[in-house]
Structure formats: C-alpha cells, structure tokens
Design a protein around this ligand. Sequence first.
Ligand SMILES: C[S@@+](CC[C@H](N)C(=O)[O-])C[C@H]1O[C@@H](n2cnc3c(N)ncnc32)[C@H](O)[C@@H]1O
Length: 369
Amino acid sequence: MQKKFNLQLAYLRKKKGITQQTLAEVLGTSYQNISKWENGITMPDLTTLLVLSEYFGVTTDQLLGLTSIQEDGYLEEKTDTDEFWNEKLPYLIRQQKISWNEDYFEFLIKNVWGIKEPVDVLDLGCGYGYIGLSLLQYLPEGSTYTGVDFSANLLQYGEKLFREKQLSAAFIQADILSYQSSKRYDITMCQGVLRHQGTSEPILKKMMELTKKNGLIVSMDINREIELDGIYIEGMNYQKLCNRNGSRKHWLAEYENGDRDYAAAMRSAHRMHQLGIRNIEVRLNDKVSFFSPDQADYEENINNMMEFNSLWYKEPEQDVIERLMNHGMTRIEALAYYQRGQEINDFLKDNPKTTVTWLRGKLITFGRK
Ligand SMILES: C[S@@+](CC[C@H](N)C(=O)[O-])C[C@H]1O[C@@H](n2cnc3c(N)ncnc32)[C@H](O)[C@@H]1O
C-alpha cells in the first residue's frame, strides 16, 4: 500500500506542476518529509492524507491507489481501431489454429445452410481472410469471396496467402461502417467483429444493407462468460478456475462505457430479430480442445490458451493492475485477478505433464434478410 501511495503522490504533485518545497509549505511540513513519502520510506498521518486528497481533488482511495486515478476513470481498449489490429497478425494466426474444427464449415455449408449453387460471400472485418480460406474449400465451384477490413497489414498478408494457394479473392481496405458498394451478396458474415464494438447494431445494419433479399447474414463470436467456465486443468480446483474475481466488473465497465461487448455473441440473435432478420438460428461451434503432453504442439497450445484468456501478461504487474483498475476493478480485485493468472501459470510450469480441456463457446448466429 505504502509503495502505491508514494507513486500516486509523486504523480499528482508533478501533474500539478509544483515542487516538493511548495507542497511542504501548503501542508506546513518540511520538504524532507515529502521526499520520504514519495520514496516510500514513511507515510503521512490520517489528517494529512485528508488534506492531501482535498488539495489534489482526488478521493483518499485514489490517493492510496485503491481505485484508479484516471480523470475519466476508464481507459478504452481501442480494439475497434486499425492501429490495434495492424499489430495483431501473429495473434490472429495463433488463435485460428485452435478455434474451429475445419469440418464444421463443411457441415454448416452442406447440412445447415444447404448451399448447392455458387455464392458470393462478403466477410466484414475479414482480417487476413481466415474464414474465406476455410469456406472456399467447401463452397460450390464458382463461388467468390470478398473481404473488407481497415487493417492494411492484415489485408496485405491475406492477399499473399491467397495468391500462394492460388485462390482468388477481393480484399478491400475500408471501415465497415463507411463501406459502400452497389453489389449485393448471397452471404454476409463476420467473425470476432461484433465483440469489439460498443454495440452490434450499426454493423448488423450494414450487413443487411449489403445482402441480397433472402440472403444469409452470419455472425460468429465468442462469449466471455462461457469461455471462462471452459477451462479445466487436471490437478487444479475447477471451481477456483471458474472464479471470475473482478472479471465481471471488467466486462461490464467495457460494455457500459460503450467500448466493447463481452456478450455480443449472446445478444446477436436478439439484435438481428429487432432489425427484422428472419429465420434466426444459433449454433455452437463444436471445437473443444484437449491438450496432452504427448502432442507436439502441447506447449504452444497451452501458451495460446493463457494468452487468449488474459491469464498471462507481457507488461509489468503494476501496468496490468492499473489497466484493470481503469476497467472498474478495485485494487484488491485487480490483484486477485492478476494473482489467479499467476497461480495458473505456476501450476502449469510445476506440472508439465498435466492435461487440459478448453471449450471456448463460439456462437454462430444467422438468419435471412
Ligand atoms: C478478432 S479480428 C477477426 C478477424 C477475422 N474475422 C478472423 O476471423 O480471423 C477482428 C477484425 O475486425 C476488423 N475490424 C474491426 N472493426 C472494424 C471496422 N470498423 N472496419 C473494418 N474492420 C474492422 C479488425 O481489423 C480485425 O481484422
């Protein structure tokens, strides 16, 4: 606690543009005392804490580092920007490897959607075109794939990949919401896009606009609540693994601040229904991963699981705690959340032969225009 207070005090003083001497004069103390507080050697008494919080216009919780000091109390994740996704190519490649059973695409195309004639597919927020690569192998010959994304890096990689595989596709760099086309598609889809928007409605409306009458509108997204219950690690307490600590507050803060929606998958059918989309159905992607040490990619898959569940951080602990606090958690909740991740990491390191089941809960929601 003392360690955090000293950082907050130094931060607030510098932000106000005053010296230790000036602050000492305001409080009627010596600058040596201020220096000791800021170096974490001593703490001021309770009365001085109250004066300090009034002087800097923050709560005592903020001064002590129990709640965030950010002026607006919330920092956006920025997952709806091209700057964010331009850096995410390796992450997306790693993620797809454990997202789908490829044969499930065949099942959807042939058994669920009954596609027998060539179709024009539009993929909004296509990334490097993973969905296109998966679908084209099962779609009737003559079908076309068009991907729209605002990330130049992802599109560039997609173009190269399709060229190498001698598959034809059109990749268009544009923001989905301002994308205009006179062409109308048989199938308009998006994967992992609605979850990153404050609200799904504008993109669903765009999907409707770009789809032919009676065409198919498909959204595929993971639901965080389901995903969090979906990790089983042999030897660990399952209830403890499912413990959400502060995650619910985290998700709610993102949702209430219009940043992104952890439950977009669960809401999609309802939003589609409200927009007048017909014959709505929801399916669950049937991928469940089982990792065992006899598999060559065991370690890689375990690392991916930890990364996707934010259980393993590349930033220093202090930065993670601060970020979590800017997403509605108290310091104590943020610490508990961080420590849970550390605990799982430590367990996996100490038990390199343990087995893991991971169910992600990706919903596939679709209907007709
Ligand atoms: C989680 S990734 C999924 C990528 C791809 N659909 C896949 O399944 O591999 C989300 C994608 O949506 C794109 N995206 C998000 N919002 C967008 C917008 N408003 N306009 C264009 N692309 C967007 C991002 O650049 C990123 O490629």
